[in-house]
Design a protein around this ligand. Structure first.
Ligand code: LLP
Length: 432
């Protein structure tokens, strides 16, 4: 992907830097982010996601991967930022990101989170449920402020993706169902509120979706509803945010959509809807996370042991695993892997690439076709840019890896490797 290639020494190179050099300087496990690939992907999206009929805006979904360095990159590229917690918002504040370009999500936002969002004056809070309306009104009343909001709608579209990352359907945890009887009342309440500026609707039907049809179905449901709202309540909604969820390539067999084609299709369809219904709609947003960063990330590990079991299964053990990438254990997510200086070797063996954590389920790849591994080899696992660092843990009191951005032959440390002292920093020794 991106700037990854095999260099003249026969080693994997990313961002113009030999990955072997990266491991010598920063150690392993190491998260490597290909900055140029992130930038190029954003450019492709920005170019495709434009319309002459309405405004368009891309908000990067920070949950996929967020550090202050990433916030700066998002800012430099002119995207909005979608946050889901006080922590993500604080990361944006620390990086000096303009608050008027922040969107906030969450199905159970705390008072602290809402207070911060309203105080900083973020662009939009995406309301998940009725209780949240009350909370926002109370806080706005206290602060004498008015807050712009979108209402998250669940259009009941069940996209074909893993059960755990579906976010729509009649029993979904997220949003207010389009089929809910009191939806008109909720919308009226938002529209009438003294403290709320009701901008429109949000929907996000799931993640790692390959077929554009699901997005189109969702838009179709929403626009039909918008027209009904206008006809029956006289409320003209100006913004629709259709969320993220665009799938990416992880492993053999994956056929992700081409981002530019997908986004152009969304635009064409929305333009047609706008012409058909004439609801005075003005802004179309998307908020992709994975599709912006997944392919840009590669994790580098060192092989520490190789074990042939009596049952005939061969394990290659690496110095990381489920604490830096929980996705295989949690979602049966598939990955590929290669040894950084043997990528051209045709000779491969089927092995199980396992981590070092105390669980049998700590397997990164169940059936990797790997070049002949030896202790000390460096293994690269691509497409770890999304939901790996952001979902990492300190399981087994393991220090989290370092993370570097690479571009044009330069590596910049973006997150320091945790130290043993970091692990005990919040512990309190008390008398027993
Ligand atoms: N907007 C909302 C409201 C979301 O809930 C999400 C993802 C996104 C945008 C970004 O979706 P993306 O473009 O990244 O697919 N941890 C799981 C994915 C969870 C996605 C949660 N919501 C994984 O590793 O596959």
């Amino acid at each position: 992907f991106g700037t990854s290639k095999i260099n003249e020494r026969g080693n994997l190179e990313i961002g113009g830097i030999d990955t072997e050099k990266l491991t010598e300087e920063f150690g392993t496990p190491l998260y490597v982010m290909d900055q140029k690939l992130i930038e190029d992907t954003i450019d492709i999206m920005k170019e495709a996601f434009v319309s002459e009929r309405f405004n368009t805006q891309i908000a990067y979904a920070g949950k996929a991967f967020l550090t202050t360095g990433m916030v700066n990159l998002v800012n430099k590229k002119g995207l909005d930022l979608d946050v889901v917690s006080a922590g993500e918002l604080y990361t944006a504040v620390k990086a000096g990101f303009p608050m008027e370009r922040i969107h906030m999500h969450g199905n159970n936002k705390s008072d602290e989170e809402l207070n911060m969002a309203i105080e900083y004056g973020i662009k939009e809070i995406v309301i998940d449920n009725e209780d949240e309306i009350e909370k926002i009104e109370r806080i706005c009343r206290e602060k004498n402020k008015k807050q712009a909001v979108l209402l998250r709608i669940d259009p009941g579209i069940e996209a074909h993706t893993h059960e755990y990352i579906k976010t729509s359907g009649l029993t979904s945890k997220f949003g207010v169902s389009l089929f809910q009887e009191n939806l008109f009342d909720i919308v009226k309440r938002l529209d009438d509120s003294e403290f709320i500026e009701f901008k429109g609707f949000h929907t996000h039907i799931g993640s790692q979706i390959f077929q554009s049809a699901f997005f189109i179905f969702a838009l179709d449901e929403i626009f039909k509803y918008l027209s009904k709202l206008k006809e029956e309540l006289g409320i003209a909604v100006e913004t629709v945010n259709m969320g993220g969820g665009f799938g990416v390539y992880y492993a053999e067999g994956d056929q992700p959509p081409k981002l530019d084609e997908l986004l152009k299709e969304v635009i064409t369809y929305t333009e047609a809807m706008e012409i058909k219904y004439r609801i005075g709609f003005k802004n179309l947003y998307i908020e992709p996370g994975r599709s912006i960063v997944a392919n840009a990330g590669t994790t580098l590990y060192t092989v520490g042991g190789i074990k042939e079991t009596v049952g005939g299964k061969t394990y290659v053990f690496v110095d990381g695993g489920m604490a830096d990438n929980i996705r295989p254990a949690l979602y049966q997510a598939k990955y590929e892997a290669g040894i950084i200086n043997k990528l051209k070797d045709e000779d491969r063996k089927e092995i199980t690439l396992a981590g070092k954590f105390c669980e049998s389920g700590d397997v990164l790849i169940g059936n990797a076709k790997l070049q002949n591994a030896e202790v000390g080899d460096i293994i690269a696992v691509p497409t770890t840019g999304a939901y790996c660092y952001s979902m990492s843990s300190n399981y087994n009191r393991f220090a989290k890896p370092a993370l570097v951005f690479v571009k044009d032959g330069q590596a910049k440390l973006a997150v320091k490797r945790e130290t043993l002292d970091d692990l005990v920093r919040n512990d309190i020794i008390f008398e027993l």
